[in-house]
Design a protein around this ligand. Sequence first.
Ligand code: 8Y7
Length: 276
Amino acid sequence: MLLDCGGKPLDLSEPRIMGILNLTPDSFSDGGRFNAPDRAIAQALQMQADGAAIIDIGGESTRPGAEAVSIEEELARVIPVIEALAPVLDVPISIDTSKPEVMQAAVAAGAGMINDVYALCRPGALEAAAGLSVPICLMHMQGEPRSMQQQPQYQDVLAEVAEFLRAQVARCTAAGIAGHRLLLDPGFGFGKSLVHNLHLLKHLDVLVRDGLPVLVGLSRKSMIGTVLDRPLEQRLSGSLALAALAAWQGARIIRVHDVRESVDAIKMIQAVCAVE
Ligand code: 8Y7
């Protein structure tokens, strides 16, 4: 299956790696090390060379407890980098945003996918996305980043996440967004306890069977920190184990910080998947 990301094809017949490029000064995993545009561009090119099939660029932190940034600030962080990168990257750029203005400006600057952790639920986002022609990743979140980890509660987390995503697909379809432009993401860590996250991953195949490509972000997340009792910079092994479980169950895009290692891991899984 081939996804058209604003003119750049993304082949999802095998699981692919999405490299994370954080342009936030407070970015929780890389401490804002790639904040300067030149270094961001070098980092993106390195991730492509390491085998990333798409680069996800974000200018607003969505980590638990993070504060919102203004439209102007977010645009100032992401647009110059997208403008510089789009012409020189072979792989598509995804814009991690929930703001309609940023979606429009980013796609105009060359982004080929929208990654919205609010699943187009913020005012104007659905209309903005419908007016563009790039694929959209719809992610599930319970609550808001500022408070979502305080008291996450579900009767049946898997059923509720799947139901939410199906409802958002219907909402998108009604707004004129073709189904083949949509990807689904259960939103690991977004208003979920450790057990919720583990249960969602164990049964990820249920979401995969809905038929839309599934994207997952597990890299360095607190579920790994909690199980292993490791700080952020020591979560690679845990991240690879979870990426493997997701790819094994049919996830098509794995969003990661450590591209080279993750590409190796999913290549091995693909080798096993490809034999009888
Ligand atoms: C995810 C994400 C983050 C995720 C999608 C982090 C922006 C926190 N996580 N987008 N974004 N899925 N689609 O740990 O799981 O990277 S930010």
